[in-house]
Structures are given as structure tokens and as C-alpha cells.
Design a protein around this ligand. Structure first.
Ligand code: ADP
Length: 692
């Protein structure tokens, strides 16, 4: 190195002094920080450039000296100094570090007291005139460092989120699998139980069996909720849009919940706007699910009072109907502070009161999601201990704008009863079908349920067995399960097509599948199935399929033996027993008139209340000679008596009405006395029956 301070190509152009001035000038111009300090214990700063001053927030060298004591140690944040000094010493001592370079990052404290991060590229070297020094390039990296830290934090969060999502997906997959697994045996249990209900005559066992049905159905409901929920979580919930009849929708809903309300002693009211178009376009099944969820909740969480469904046509615009649907109850209500947890999956409110009420806390989470798929939203108003009001507006395309007209809910009851009492079933003697399902119990259930059709039913428990049977026997129809180990339904179908093309051409092959997800139907039909049925199989659906695909002359209908029993016989059983011994009452006629047993009882109560008044009004009319009043009241007695099945009294009243109208007064008093006597004693008899 010699005596020159600089050995580069400037040295032959200028003197050392000039070079130093030139370098200092350059250093002052540099945008990055640059400084030199002595490599001894004092670490005195020999030079700092202007950019370094700016990093420290100083205007002048004096300010900088005051801030740092003009030492390197004074430049570094006191908490960081020992650490970086050790690191610098270590890096310089490293023998592989030929260039004596070091790199450290530390905090500084600016003149205004603000902490900043800097990085420091240093070099340990000998400088003529000064001895051992470090020269350092320094820059403020606070912003990059914050960005870096933020990035790391984000990455960490993303990672955590991913983990949480994975865990959540695992949970959802688990739930979905579990529900599938549970659904299979529970449907077998319910199916077997259905056979007991059908075939057993022992009232005790039937009672147990009805309990199994109730508990099993509620378990199945929970399982389907979990399945729906897992579909939502995995984004597989889709709507299936089609035309549907509004009237049928409400009939079904009424049917679904009526029994539950009645058995809790709640009055269930449907107020359905008669202007609603009769055929709409939407997902009927999911709409039914939404409304029945709300109605079932209302019934579950109400002890006393009523549950009401109000359906109101808000407007019709551009071929769409905007329908407001409200479910009201007079139940336990929801505490204001718990309202925000209403839609949390698996969360149930007011734990003390709801613990004993069946439910998994999924209904509203599902309802809300289904509504969002329909571009709608659920609004809730509720007052604790008073009741709740859930409502939403549904926009549906109109297919047929004819009004649905009035649907009287007692009429609904009668119509649904007719459906049951007219129950006919399919008979297909001489027909041979093949049932394929890997669960033997399912086979047994379906076979049991189809027994009444008189068909010959063969079974197979695998695709392979199915192929063997098809090869050996002639069948008129095949029900083929989709989910089977080894060969699933579609694979089996492909084999049938390959091996027995003639059979495939001629014989309907119906797929049985547990999943009813949108698009599945198309998939199965595309795969070559004639049709598909969803599991758990509904026997009526199965029979409908038989009618659809078997040759016309192979199928006939027959009335069910038990349904052939007079329907009224069971209806009158619901009445207070004492009523049966009142010969003046035709109970069956009364029930028919009023719709059902419950309404009949209500009519009888009203009738009884009016007897005394009406009787004395008639007496007064006859004694004061007020014929008009007489006719009016006898007429009313005639009709109200007919409405409760008090036929004789009604006949007598009719006779007297005619007599009075004809002006014939002979014997009127006497006959009236007899009528009113009977009228009053009927009242006493009905009251006694009620008392019992
Ligand atoms: P589940 O009824 O199965 O518990 P939901 O998701 O349908 O689940 O409802 C969540 C919770 O909201 C219920 O547990 C209940 O505490 C409350 N809730 C729902 N509907 C009503 C209602 N009509 N009246 C009072 N509380 C209700």
C-alpha cells in the first residue's frame, strides 16, 4: 500500500490531498449513509456523510455529535449494541472472511426520539493516518422491514387459516361420512319398524313401534340437517329449480307440522293470501324445508298460545311474484343479548330452557344459507317470554298466474285425510323384479314393503351377483343401488349393457341413490339408467315407478284392507267417549260437516253455549205471537243442529219452521215445547260427556 492513501487510477492525476477532498466531496453526494469510525474501544467517529445525518434526523454535524457522543456505540440503540458488536467481532475474526466485511441490522434512536431500523455493511481496514478503522454503509430499512414483518405475519396467518380450514374440512367430511353411515342403519330400523306397524295387531307392540318411529324420524331429521350443513360447508349445496304447485306446497307443510302443534295443544293457523299465483318456479323442496324449519321451531319453542304462518303477496313485477312469508309464535322468545348467536351452527340459546327440546342447533344456519341461495334474507324480531316473528321475502317466477284462491285449513285437514283414506296400492301379480343393494337389511325392508304388490322379488347383494341373476332369470324391472363396494351401480349397469344388451334394451333399470344433490339425476340418466329413486326409499314412490315402467296390463290397484275400515270409526275415537252414547247425535255426520274431530268438538261447545238463550228467545216469540222472530230462530236451530249431526232435532225444527211459515198455529205450542225439551236435554247430555 506504501505511503499513498489511494492506489487507484486517480493517483497519477492528483495529489493525495486532492484525492481525499474529491472522495469526501463524493461521499457527501452519496444518497446512502456512509461513515468511518476508529476500531478501538472508544470507537470515535472520524467521518459521517450528510445522508447519515439525515438518517439520524440531524441537520448539522453538531446535532449529530450531541446525539451520539460522536462514537459508533452512541449511534446504536443501547439494547442492540452488545449483540451487534459481538456479531461484528465474530464476522471479522472469521478466517474465511478475507475481505473483513461484516453485516448487521440494528435499531437507532433518531433525534426526534423515533426508533428506526438500519442495516450496516462495514469493513475493517487500515487507513493511513488513522490506523485501524471501520468504514460503514448504512441505510434506513424501517419501511422494508415493516413490510417484511407484515408479509411474514400474513404468511403465518394464511398458514394458520389454511390449517383451520383443513381442520374444518376434516370435521365436515367426518360429519358427512358419519351421517351417511348412521343414515343407512337408521333407515333400515325405520323400514323394519314400518313392517311391524303394518303387520302387527298387538296394541302394546304397536305403541312401542310408534315410539320407535317417532324417535327414529327425529334422529333422521338431525342426520339430514348435519348432511345439509356439511354440503353448505363444502359449497356443494345447490338449488333444484322446477315448477311447483303452491297449493300442494302449503298442504304438505300443513301436513308436516299439524300433528306436532296439535299434540302440544297449540293452535296452528295458516293465513295464505288467496291472490298468490297457483304455479311458481323455484326449489319447492328447499322452500318447504325453510318454512317447515321455522314452523317446527315455533312449535318447539312455544308452550302455550298459537303458531301462525302468514303468506302475503307483496307485489307482482316483471313476471315475478314477491311473496312475504312470516312465521309467528307466542313462545319463549329470544333474549336480546343472545340474538347474535341465533345463526351459529350447533349453538342453542337459553340453554336451561331448551336443553330438553330436540335439536342440534343447525336449523337456522341452514335456513339462512338456503335463503341466501334464493337471494333472500331472514329477519327476526323477538321479545323474550312473549314470542318471535321470523320473516323473509321470496321472489319466484310465475308460471301460472291463476290465483290459488282460499285455502281453508280445516279443508286442508279433510283433503289430507282423503289422501290417506283413499289409499290404494299397486298390485302386479306375475311380475318378477330384481332388487340389488349391498345391505341385506335394506333388501328385507323393501321386500317387506313391496309384499302387498304380489310381485316375485329376487334380491342380490352385489353387482356381481346381480349380473349372475340377470344371466339366469328373466326380470321385468331392476332396482339397482348406486353405492356398493367392488362394483358400484354405474359399473354394474355398464357390465349389464355389455354382457346382456338385449336385457338392457328391454328392461327398465332404476337407480337407488342416497344423494339427492342437484345434477345427480342427470348424471345417472346420462349413465344409462331408466330413472332414479332417492334413498331411503319411499314405498309410494317405488309403486309409482312400477306403474310408470311396467307394462300397463301388468299393474292393477287395490284398496288397502285397513284403509277399507270406515275412516270415521277412527275419527270418532278422538272424541270424548260419552258422546258415543248420545243417540240424538250422528257423530260421523257431525265430523264430516266440521272437517275433523277437533273442529267438531269446538262446534259442539259453541252449540251448547247457545242453547239456553235460543230456547228462551223461541219461547218468548211464541208467547208474544212474534212469528217472524219465531221463524228466524227455529230456522237457525235447524241449521246449527244439522251441523253437529243432531238430525232429529234439526228435522223437528224444520217441520216447525214450515208450519209457522204456512200460518198454521194449531199444535205449534205443544210441538215447540217437545222440541225445546229435547234441545235442552241434548245440551245436558253433551255437557256431561265433556265433563267425563
Ligand atoms: P335447534 O332448534 O335445532 O336448536 P336452530 O338453528 O333451528 O336449532 O335454532 C337455534 C336456536 O335458536 C334454538 O336452539 C333456540 O334456542 C333458538 N330459537 C329458534 N327458533 C326459536 C323460536 N321460534 N323461539 C325461541 N327460540 C328460538
Amino acid at each position: 500500500m506504501g505511503n499513498k492513501i489511494y492506489d487507484g487510477n486517480l493517483s497519477d492525476k492528483m495529489s493525495d490531498e486532492k484525492i481525499l477532498t474529491a472522495i469526501e466531496w463524493l461521499a457527501e453526494q452519496m444518497p446512502g449513509g456512509f461513515f468511518i469510525y476508529r476500531a478501538d474501544d472508544e470507537q470515535e467517529i472520524l467521518y459521517v456523510n450528510r445522508a447519515t445525518l439525515l438518517i439520524f434526523g440531524c441537520e448539522t454535524i453538531e446535532e449529530f455529535k450531541e446525539l451520539t457522543g460522536n462514537t459508533f456505540k452512541g449511534m446504536v440503540h443501547p439494547e442492540d449494541f452488545d449483540g451487534i458488536q459481538a456479531s461484528i467481532d465474530k464476522q471479522i475474526a472469521d478466517e474465511s472472511n478475507d475481505e473483513n466485511l461484516d453485516y448487521v441490522i440494528y435499531r437507532i434512536i433518531r433525534k426526534d426520539g423515533v426508533e428506526r431500523w438500519v442495516d450496516d455493511y462495514g469493513r475493517f481496514t487500515y487507513m493511513p493516518g488513522f490506523g485501524d478503522v471501520y468504514y460503514v454503509f448504512i441505510s434506513d430499512i424501517t419501511e422494508t422491514r415493516i413490510a417484511q414483518e407484515q408479509k411474514e405475519r400474513n404468511e403465518q396467518l394464511e398458514h394458520l387459516l389454511e390449517e383451520a380450514e383443513q381442520a374444518n374440512m376434516a370435521k365436515t367430511a367426518f360429519l358427512s361420512n358419519m351421517s351417511h353411515e348412521i343414515r343407512t342403519p337408521i333407515t333400515a330400523i325405520l323400514g323394519m319398524n314400518e313392517l311391524i306397524l303394518r303387520e302387527c295387531k298387538d296394541e302394546h307392540i304397536l305403541e312401542y313401534s310408534r315410539n320407535i318411529k317417532m324417535a327414529g324420524t327425529s334422529l333422521l331429521r338431525i342426520i339430514s340437517d348435519i348432511l345439509d350443513f356439511s354440503r353448505i360447508e363444502t359449497g356443494r349445496m345447490e338449488l333444484v329449480i322446477d315448477e311447483y304447485s303452491v297449493r300442494t306446497l302449503f298442504l304438505d307443510l300443513y301436513n308436516l307440522v299439524q300433528f306436532r302443534a296439535e299434540s302440544k295443544g297449540l293452535s296452528l293457523k295458516f293465513e295464505i293470501d288467496n291472490r298468490i299465483p297457483s304455479v311458481l318456479f323455484g326449489d319447492e323442496i328447499r322452500i318447504k324445508q325453510i318454512i317447515s324449519n321455522l314452523l317446527t321451531n315455533a312449535i318447539k319453542y312455544t308452550e302455550r298460545g298459537y303458531v301462525k304462518l302468514i303468506v302475503y303477496l307483496k307485489e307482482v313485477r316483471d313476471g315475478d311474484a314477491y311473496i312475504e312469508i312470516t312465521v309467528l309464535d307466542t313462545g319463549i322468545g329470544i333474549k336480546r343479548e343472545e340474538m347474535n348467536r341465533l345463526f351459529e351452527a350447533f349453538d342453542r340459546l337459553d340453554a336451561k330452557r331448551t336443553r330438553t327440546i330436540e335439536g342440534a342447533g343447525l336449523g337456522l344456519a341452514i335456513t339462512r344459507h338456503l335463503l341466501s341461495l334464493m337471494d333472500s334474507e331472514l329477519s327476526v324480531e323477538s321479545e323474550y317470554e312473549i314470542g318471535s316473528n321470523f320473516s323473509f321475502v321470496l321472489k319466484q317466477k310465475i308460471v301460472d298466474e291463476t290465483n290459488i284462491g282460499d285455502i281453508d285449513y280445516s279443508l286442508l285437514a279433510r283433503q289430507t285425510r282423503e289422501v290417506h283414506s283413499n289409499q290404494k296400492f299397486v298390485v302386479a301379480k306375475g311380475v318378477r323384479i330384481l332388487l340389488v343393494d349391498d345391505t341385506p337389511m335394506n333388501l328385507q325392508v323393501i321386500k317387506g314393503l313391496l309384499k302387498r304388490t304380489g310381485m316375485e322379488i329376487d334380491t342380490a347383494t352385489s353387482g356381481e351377483q346381480c349380473l349372475m341373476k340377470i344371466g339366469a332369470t328373466k326380470y321385468d324391472l331392476v332396482f339397482l343401488d348406486y353405492r356398493m363396494p367392488h362394483m358400484n351401480g354405474v359399473e354394474t349397469l355398464d357390465e349389464i349393457r355389455k354382457r346382456y344388451p338385449e336385457f338392457y334394451e328391454k328392461v327398465p333399470i332404476i337407480s337407488l341413490t342416497a344423494s339427492a344433490i342437484a345434477g345427480d339425476r342427470e348424471k345417472l340418466l346420462n349413465a344409462g339408467f331408466t330413472d332414479y329413486l332417492s334413498k331411503p326409499v319411499n314405498i309410494e314412490e317405488m309403486e309409482k315407478t312400477l306403474v310408470k315402467f311396467l307394462p300397463k296390463d301388468a299393474v292393477t290397484y287395490e284398496g288397502e284392507e285397513s284403509a277399507a275400515l270406515p275412516e270415521e270409526a277412527s275419527e270418532t275415537d278422538e272424541l270424548p267417549k260419552g258422546l258415543k252414547s248420545i243417540s240424538a247425535l250422528n257423530l260421523n255426520k257431525g265430523i264430516e260437516y266440521c272437517g275433523d274431530a277437533e273442529d267438531y268438538v269446538f262446534a259442539l261447545e259453541t252449540y251448547v253455549k247457545s242453547v239456553d238463550d235460543k230456547a228462551s228467545v223461541i219461547e218468548n216469540a211464541i208467547s208474544s205471537g212474534n212469528v217472524e222472530d219465531y221463524i228466524l230462530n227455529v230456522h237457525s236451530l235447524k241449521s246449527t243442529s244439522a251441523a253437529i249431526g243432531a238430525d232429529e232435532i234439526s228435522e223437528k225444527a224444520k217441520e216447525l219452521e214450515a208450519l209457522a211459515k204456512s200460518g198454521e198455529t194449531q199444535g205449534l205450542q205443544e210441538k215447540t215445547d217437545i222440541l225445546l225439551n229435547e234441545y235442552r236435554s241434548l245440551k245436558v247430555m253433551i255437557e256431561d260427556a265433556f265433563k267425563e
